[in-house]
Design a protein around this ligand. Structure first.
Ligand SMILES: *Cc1c(COP(=O)(O)O)cnc(C)c1O
Length: 355
């Protein structure tokens, strides 16, 4: 049976990205060696890093003065590297969910942290609005897509300070005005690659200003200066990211990805709103295009498990909601197809008819 992958992360990748990466794992560029067993300093691997950097810059139209680096440690390590490198005395954080809260916790180790707004009391069901950002902070940190709760900030905020964005689960899903950010980071396993690499975009002239010694590995300058080759980088995840960046470019770039994301979201949210069994969990204007969260309506609560089983039998994978929200979450990253969301919607319709 055909499987439709709605996993939240690690998550679906285009089939050709997986196939091309698999081929290189068997025989890298006809060398007779696997991608897994070559040196990261082999002459054939440098072009992989160079092309991946160039494609990230091209696809996101990154202005001059920024570096793109590939690190290990996941987005979670960036929660501490960001303040280590960018927090001089005081930083602002917008608390929109679990990941934002974790980022804030690390920042408190390095200086004063202002929570500009929070939707924690409402179970993170919306993106706070109408708050003011203090002007005496080094940056405002935002989580552009809240993977767990299914809310998203789909514009680059207008605030009087520099932005830092955790874009782990929506990078490359829309155009971004990078010039507003001092740093953008994203763990690759949601929308870019397999797990193991984190992409970090940093504004060069903001580095080296922090009033503290920084351990070598946690200093962005180390990795910028060495072109992500200070130590052994995650070779295979970087390669599969390259394949995915090529795929995004071939398929029309981030504008095309955004258009597709809107189409998919319209199909799924449209059915959630129409179907009497289900309801969405977050404020309509903040609905994520990437992680679509929904639950059974109160009068149908007992049908949660039966619907899960019904959808699973029809090939849906990974639609169980995060334990802190319950219900269902259909993750629709770049690789998700219209066919996939239509299959989910058909299951929702057919299940409703059975009731
Ligand atoms: C998954 C996720 C993280 C954590 O990523 P790791 O790579 O597992 O450390 C951080 N932020 C967001 C928005 C995420 O979705």
């Amino acid at each position: 049976m055909k499987k439709y992958n709605f996993n939240a992360g690690p998550s679906m990748l285009p089939r050709e990205v997986i196939e091309n990466t698999a081929k290189q794992c068997l025989d890298f560029n006809g060398s007779g060696l696997s991608l897994m067993e070559i040196s990261h300093r082999a002459k054939d691997f440098q072009p992989v890093v160079d092309e991946a950097v160039a494609l990230v810059k091209e696809l996101l139209q990154i202005p001059e003065g920024y570096s793109v680096i590939f690190l290990g440690g996941g987005a979670s390590l960036e929660f501490c590297m960001v303040p280590y490198n960018f927090l001089l005395t005081k930083a602002a954080y917008l608390n929109t969910g679990t990941w934002a809260k974790k980022a804030m916790k690390e920042a408190k180790l390095f200086g004063e942290v202002v929570e500009v707004a929070s939707s924690a009391d409402a179970g993170y069901t919306f993106i706070p609005k109408g708050w003011e950002c203090p002007t005496d902070v080094d940056y405002l940190h935002i989580t552009t897509n809240n993977t767990i709760y299914g809310t998203e900030i789909r514009t680059d905020l207008d605030v009087p300070v520099r932005l830092i964005g955790d874009m782990s689960s929506d990078i490359m899903s829309r155009p971004v005005d990078v010039s507003k950010y001092d740093c953008i980071y994203a763990g690759a396993q949601k929308n870019l690659s397999m797990a193991g690499v984190t992409i970090v975009i940093v504004k060069d002239d903001k580095l080296g200003k922090a009033p503290r010694p920084i351990p070598t590995m946690l200093d962005y300058r180390t990795h910028v200066d060495k072109g992500s080759m200070f130590n052994t980088p995650p070779v295979v995840p970087i390669y599969s990211m390259l394949e995915n960046l090529r795929w995004i470019k071939r398929n029309g770039g981030v504008e095309a990805m955004e258009k597709l994301a809107k189409q998919r979201a319209e199909i799924v949210y449209g059915e959630i709103d129409r179907n009497k069994l289900f309801r969405g969990t977050v404020a309509e204007e903040d609905r994520s295009l990437m992680n679509i969260c929904f639950v059974m309506n109160d009068e149908y609560k007992e049908l949660e498990k039966p619907f899960f089983d019904f959808a699973t039998e029809r090939g849906m994978v990974g639609i169980k909601g995060h334990r802190s929200v319950g219900g269902f979450r259909a993750s629709c990253y770049n690789a998700q197809t219209i066919e996939g969301v239509n299959a989910l919607v058909q299951a929702m319709k057919d299940f409703e008819k059975q009731q």
